[in-house]
Design a protein around this ligand. Structure first.
Ligand code: ADP
Ligand code: MG
Length: 367
């Protein structure tokens, strides 16, 4: 089922009546989440991800704007009536209940026409447990499970009602690195198997990029960009998005455009046909550097890190806005770098130019 967010806004009143300012947690968010897709809601802490999710779930009411599930306006509908499954960072299982009882719980609370016979509930609970591969744990208490297993139980509990929409708020944050990787693959598998439209909130760009059909990047309550992960990475709308996506992060320089040429410090790095003369900020992805004897960008080597398949040359440049410039070079193409300086050519699709003041992308034709 598609979900439509229409000019969704949430304003929290100030806590301090005298001087406090209200918080615009989510500001005019409009987006149609396609049916059956997994959407990653991504941004730094405090940018409004959870608030957006809670509005979709009905736990919070929007200050203005509307929410549709399919063609139904659910804006005023209570959480229970929306047909959603919710999973939080802290699994929030009932400690005194077994895994099976935890998973059954949402079904036992159904009333009226939704009420189910006991055998059917148990069958459903087993189905959900099978989906998240915890069938052999059904008799245990939550305290007898690892963090990853507890989170699977929480996911099973969210799925058991066969929700129309699955909402996950930083579900992997409490897991260690390996479990995080494994569990996110699980979530992706389950989402694909069930085809449930899913919103996955995270502050971790790699996590969002790896499992989402589309990502929404937010900053201070405002959507910055929406697109397929690779598209957003390859084509960031502004400096914030460029910096937020990618590990190692994009290298940022101060630069200027003069006579349709782009300068980083004194180095004239490329032609920018049609671009107006101005001060700019330049971003270059680490994989965008090519070692080249006559390359235009001249850096001072500080260190070379061997990472197996790739090598990372750490260097400095007078116009760099970061402490160091980090390039990733295919180890097969790495000559012995004996000298103190290194010259780079730059792959044209890996360099982005932003207006210095607005930090919006400046576009020009790449030859
Ligand atoms: P995120 O999930 O991206 O970390 P949140 O949606 O939790 O961000 O919060 C967005 C903003 O709204 C933050 O500035 C936060 O302090 C504020 N906020 C969230 N919930 C409340 C609330 N109940 N009352 C007041 N301010 C809130
Ligand atoms: Mg949050």
């Amino acid at each position: 089922m598609k979900i439509v967010l229409q000019n969704l806004t949430k304003i929290f009143p100030s806590r301090n009546k005298k001087s406090g300012e209200e918080v615009v947690a989510v500001n005019d968010f409009t987006f149609e989440i396609p049916d059956g897709k997994l959407i990653g809601l991504l941004g730094p802490s405090g940018c409004g991800k959870s608030t957006t999710l809670y509005m979709i779930s009905g736990l919070q009411k929007p200050t203005s704007g509307k929410i549709f599930f399919g063609d139904d306006d659910v804006t005023q509908l209570s959480t229970e009536k929306r047909g959603i499954g919710l999973v939080f960072q802290n699994y929030a299982l009932y400690p005194h209940m077994t895994v099976l009882q935890n998973i059954l719980f949402p079904l036992q609370n159904l009333t009226g026409a939704d009420k189910m016979p006991k055998e059917k509930m148990i069958e459903r609970a087993h189905g959900a447990a099978r989906l998240v591969q915890i069938e052999e744990l059904l008799d245990r208490k939550p305290s007898e499970l690892s963090g990853g297993q507890q989170q699977r139980v929480a996911i099973a509990r969210a799925l058991v009602k066969m929700p129309r929409v699955l909402l996950l708020d930083e579900p992997l944050s409490n897991l260690d690195a390996r479990l995080r990787l494994q569990t996110r693959e699980e979530i992706r598998r389950i989402q694909k198997e069930t085809g449930i439209t899913t919103v996955f909130v995270t502050h971790d760009q790699e996590e969002a990029m790896s499992i989402s059909d589309m990502i929404v990047v937010m900053k201070l309550g405002v959507v910055q960009q929406i697109g397929k992960p690779q598209e957003v990475y390859d084509n960031p709308a502004n400096l914030f998005v460029a910096k937020f996506l990618g590990t190692p992060p994009i290298n940022v320089f101060s630069g200027r455009i003069e006579a349709e040429k782009l300068y980083i410090g004194d180095d004239c790095v490329m032609d920018v046909p049609g671009a107006e003369a101005q001060e700019v900020t330049v971003g270059i992805r680490p994989e965008g550097f090519v070692l080249s004897e006559n390359g235009p960008l001249k850096c001072h080597i500080s260190n070379i890190e061997v990472m197996g398949r790739d090598m990372s040359v750490v260097s400095t440049h007078p116009a760099s806005l970061n402490a160091s410039v980090r390039s990733i070079i295919d180890a097969d193409h790495m000559p012995g770098l004996q000298q103190e300086t290194v010259r780079y050519a730059i792959k044209p699709h890996k360099i982005f130019v932003f207006a210095k003041e607005t930090e919006e992308r400046i576009r020009f034709e790449v030859k």
